[in-house]
Ligand binder design. Structure first.
Ligand code: ARG
Length: 454
């Protein structure tokens, strides 16, 4: 095999260590399919525009289809001496198609090819991440359905704040992923643009029809400017940003689960099939899975920073630095898909514990007592001060608190007890996006419609 398409230009071959260093065939493995797709579309366009004779174009297409079959049956092997996927496919076409193989690279460059391959890869990956997000959303809705009346403490600053339902909590996680999904769909508009025909940086003097190539590759439109098209990797940073956002949402969710499963909180039971033990402490049951998922956000943010830093200060047009972005993107896409799959398994196995405290008076409902006094005609700040003083003087004793409140507010003790009973307060929340049973039922109905009409 001839080493380097440009061997006629140089007097000496590339130093073997440098050759190895610049070879990208290993990471290009997953671009083979997209490269073949791009080549097939390009050749069809060349034939249609009369740039390459019909017979030659047909033999190129035949060769490409043969390579596609080889690839699908795992028989297509790249050679690292050929540096990258573009030269590997071109060489393979030449071997099969003979002389007409020399025409494949007409009116194109590796610069528009790599931009095209990466956009096709990013498009497929975005769809895959979207479908994993839908899976986790369905699982969250399933959890919400199973526990629609289960009340848990809602926290701010990790301290009990107001009671909420488990389904309300699940719906909150659902909404985060819904925004991620929306971002991905929006990103597709910018991903799905064809760089084909941009050639090296300045377009081409051949009478190409890049609209046709774009349509054949199911892109939405042709990139407006060839110079921009070969250097633009914004679609990658955008995708990596969304992956980071997803990872942060996963991490925050997992952090809650780690806390809620801890013996001090004791809100959630971990199924044995997603728990790990200790090599020394026989009593331990650890949530390692959720801790690992939490850590993955660090990698995602690192990958985004890595690509942004590679891009910072690059001159316009193609620069070889861009090659370094590929493996970071691939790694992150794999991670994002895996994390969503694992989280879906984890969520399906979470069991929330029903607790008696929700039917007993609790300080967690102090705000509801303030609101009750407001409904009786007292100004909010006065009502707040009254209850705050009772809390301060009650020495953390709920029955002393009830007595103090009854004395100060002239309310009946039994009414106070009822108002500060978590289950009762949740039942009586009426705001449309609040934790009230009815509001959550309606919100979940809208969520189900959203997911199942996708
Ligand atoms: N292997 C290169 C990459 O991954 C392909 C484009 C090479 N173009 C060039 N002018 N050297 O970015």
């Amino acid at each position: 095999m001839k080493s380097g398409i440009w061997h006629k230009r140089f007097k000496k071959p590339l130093h073997p260590t440098i050759k190895k260093f610049s070879d990208s065939t290993a990471e290009d493995e997953r671009l083979v399919i997209y490269e073949i797709m791009a080549c097939l579309a390009h050749v069809q366009m060349l034939r249609q525009c009369g740039i390459v004779k019909k017979t030659e174009a047909n033999s190129l297409l035949k060769a490409l289809n043969k390579i596609l079959t080889q690839y699908k049956s795992g028989k297509f092997k790249m050679h690292s001496e050929l540096e990258d996927v573009h030269m590997n496919i071109e060489e393979a076409v030449k071997i099969i198609a003979g002389k007409s193989g020399d025409k494949l690279h007409t009116a194109r460059s590796r610069n528009d090819l790599i931009a095209t391959d990466l956009r096709l890869y990013a498009r497929d990956s975005t769809h895959k991440i979207i479908s994993r997000l839908i899976d986790i959303q369905k699982q969250l809705l399933e959890q919400a359905k199973r526990n629609s009346n289960t009340v848990i403490p809602g926290f701010t600053h990790l301290r009990p704040a107001q009671p909420i339902t488990w389904s309300f909590y699940m719906h909150a996680q659902f909404q985060r992923f819904a925004r991620d999904l929306d971002c991905l769909k929006d990103a597709l508009k910018r991903i799905n643009v064809s760089p084909m025909g941009s050639a090296a940086l300045a377009g081409t003097s051949h009478p190409i029809n890049n609209k046709l190539t774009s349509t054949l590759l199911k892109f939405n439109r042709v990139a407006e400017n060839a110079l921009d098209a070969v250097s633009d990797r914004d679609f990658i940073t955008e995708l990596l940003y969304i992956c980071s956002q997803i990872a942060i949402h996963i991490a925050s969710f997992c952090e809650d689960i780690v806390i809620y499963t801890s013996p001090d909180y004791d809100l959630i039971e971990l199924n044995d099939s997603i728990s790990t033990g200790s090599s020394i402490m026989p009593q331990k049951k650890n949530p390692d899975l959720f801790e690992l998922l939490r850590a993955k956000a660090g990698n995602a943010i690192g990958n985004l920073c890595s690509v942004l830093t590679i891009l910072k200060g690059l001159p316009s047009s193609y620069n070889r630095d861009l090659q370094e972005i590929k493996s970071v993107l691939f790694r992150q896409v794999d991670e994002s898909i895996k994390c969503l799959e694992v989280l879906t398994i984890g969520v399906a196995r979470i069991k929330i514990k029903e607790k008696d405290w929700v039917h007993q008076p609790s300080f967690i409902c102090a705000t509801d007592l303030v609101d009750y006094l407001v409904r009786q005609g007292m100004a909010f700040r006065q009502a707040y001060d009254l209850i705050a003083e009772c809390v301060g003087n009650s020495n953390n004793n709920i029955y002393l608190f009830i007595r103090l409140c009854a004395n100060r507010s002239k309310l009946d003790e039994n009414i106070i007890k009822k108002i500060i009973t978590p289950y009762y307060t949740v039942k009586n929340r009426i705001s449309s996006n609040g934790t009230g049973f009815k509001a959550v039922r309606q919100a979940l109905k809208r969520a189900r419609e959203q997911v199942f009409t996708l």
